[in-house]
Design a protein around this ligand. Structure first.
Ligand code: IPE
Ligand code: IPE
Ligand code: MG
Length: 262
């Protein structure tokens, strides 16, 4: 049994077998999750959509606990997109107050797991009380050296790229270089995710085969795992399954299979 899961997982279970089949030397460095299907989960139970969002909070706990025990470098969670404002006002305000309370209530756990928290997206477009909570959690965990948790809030991949391009162009002009000098590195260093490795494994729950404006740049060579499981049902054993699936992939990056290179 992996020492970090000792006492957490019963060694006789299927979950323990899944864990044992993970190659710990080839873990993804960065896992991103499109947390989808909360509304459908609630609807199936005849409950309001916010009930599904609340249930999803337990899945977030499970993801963080599992990924920190596996010592994954970075975890990025899509919580609210720039397009999600189109939803009914009651759902948006319910989600925002839930997010605010959640960041506060989980701070102790996040600190105990040595997680460094940050929010990515157009944070200044969020309500002042939500921003305050984000700022507090960011400051409180700034010195932590474990998993970097990025929560995408009011996040849009296109918006991120437009902002990065603007900043990169301004820096270029300021440093006296011409526009033809603009490089991938110039864009990369202006992304919200600067300093993090590219996403290795992108997970989307609830079976939808789309990206929905998430991390467009960072997923250029990600392996994608789509599961029909609705987010509130997505827990530890399925994280293990996603990693096992990831480890079966042949990542070629446009080249040839490793064996074919020889
Ligand atoms: C994902 O669940 C959470 C957010 C987008 C905030 P949804 O609310 O999109 O749930 P479905 O897709 O309608 O089931
Ligand atoms: C993507 O889910 C956004 C988040 C998970 C926060 P959506 O439910 O908003 O995406 P679409 O509408 O199905 O593309
Ligand atoms: Mg959805």
């Amino acid at each position: 049994m992996h020492p970090n899961f000792e006492g957490k997982i019963d060694p006789r279970t299927r979950e323990a077998k899944l864990l044992a089949s993970i190659d710990l030397k080839r873990l993804p460095r960065h896992i991103a999750v499109i947390m989808d299907g909360n509304g459908r989960w609630a609807k199936m139970r005849g409950r309001p959509r916010i009930f599904g969002h609340r249930a999803g909070a337990e899945s977030v706990r499970s993801i963080l606990d599992t990924c920190t025990r596996l010592e994954i470098e970075a975890v990025t969670l899509y919580a609210f997109s720039t397009e999600n404002w189109k939803r009914p006002r009651s759902e948006v305000s319910g989600l925002m107050s839930m997010l605010k309370k959640y960041i506060r209530s989980e701070l102790r756990e996040v600190k105990a797991h040595n997680i460094r928290f940050q929010a990515i997206g157009n944070i200044s477009g969020l309500a002042a009380d939500v921003q305050k909570e984000i700022q507090w959690a960011t400051e409180q965990t700034a010195g932590n050296s474990g998993t970097v948790l990025s929560v995408a809030l009011n996040y849009g991949g296109r918006l991120e790229l437009v902002e990065a391009a603007k900043n990169a162009a301004a820096q270029l002009v300021a440093s006296g270089r011409g526009l033809d000098q603009l490089s991938e590195e110039d864009i990369e260093r202006n992304l919200y995710t600067k300093g993090l490795p590219d996403v290795d494994l992108l997970i989307r729950t609830s079976g939808e085969m789309r990206i929905s404006n998430f991390l467009l740049w960072q997923i250029a060579y990600s392996e994608i795992y789509v599961t029909p499981t609705l987010f509130p049902d997505f827990r530890r054993s399925e994280i293990f399954e996603a990693i096992i699936d990831f480890q079966k992939r042949d990542r070629r990056y446009g080249g040839l299979k490793e064996a074919a290179n020889k």
